[in-house]
Design a protein around this ligand. Sequence first.
Ligand code: ADP
Length: 190
Amino acid sequence: MLNLVLFGPPGAGKGTQSEKLIEKYQLIHLSTGDILRGELKAETTLGAEAKKFMDKGELVPDEVVIGMIGNKLKENTDAKGFVFDGFPRTNAQAEALDLLLTKHQTSITAMLALDVEYDELVSRLLNRGKDSGRVDDQDISIIENRVKVYNQETKPVMDFYLAQNKYYAVEGMGTVEQIFDRLSKQIDAL
Ligand code: ADP
């Protein structure tokens, strides 16, 4: 199986690149942000609970997102592989993911980390907020909080994959196609 963690700060382009990667490599896209927004839209209890965190740019509790990913893995036992987008976001999530994948007799192949400058992140997010309707993209203080949470809680997750020799940094500035090319080359070299 080809199991990729697409990593990077909010606005790094993980969702855009995931869509292209799943098509090229025939993988399943697992975005915890998308799954959570689906719950919000369907007005489930989980969605209502998650909204409180998401609207402030805080992380939803680990057990919630780990449970969601566990269910998706069970639903897709015949997959060729997965792109994990926006997950794992804490070390506890990374450890839980390793355990879940071991249960399914597989493991993470690589973490691909998109490097993007701060000013570019903010401008991409504000731009997306204009038509996405996402509350967390429309307010500069919420965006700043998401980047702060990323630096404090999520960035350390790269050490987890570094220690397993699975970490690859990819330049995330440029056009969508240029970045996709860099990711594809890295994947083909794995
Ligand atoms: P972005 O990467 O642009 O911030 P996402 O769609 O990945 O957007 O996430 C949006 C929000 O959903 C996050 O700010 C957080 O509240 C919640 N969320 C998504 N994934 C996770 C996760 N793995 N752990 C905790 N919270 C999450």
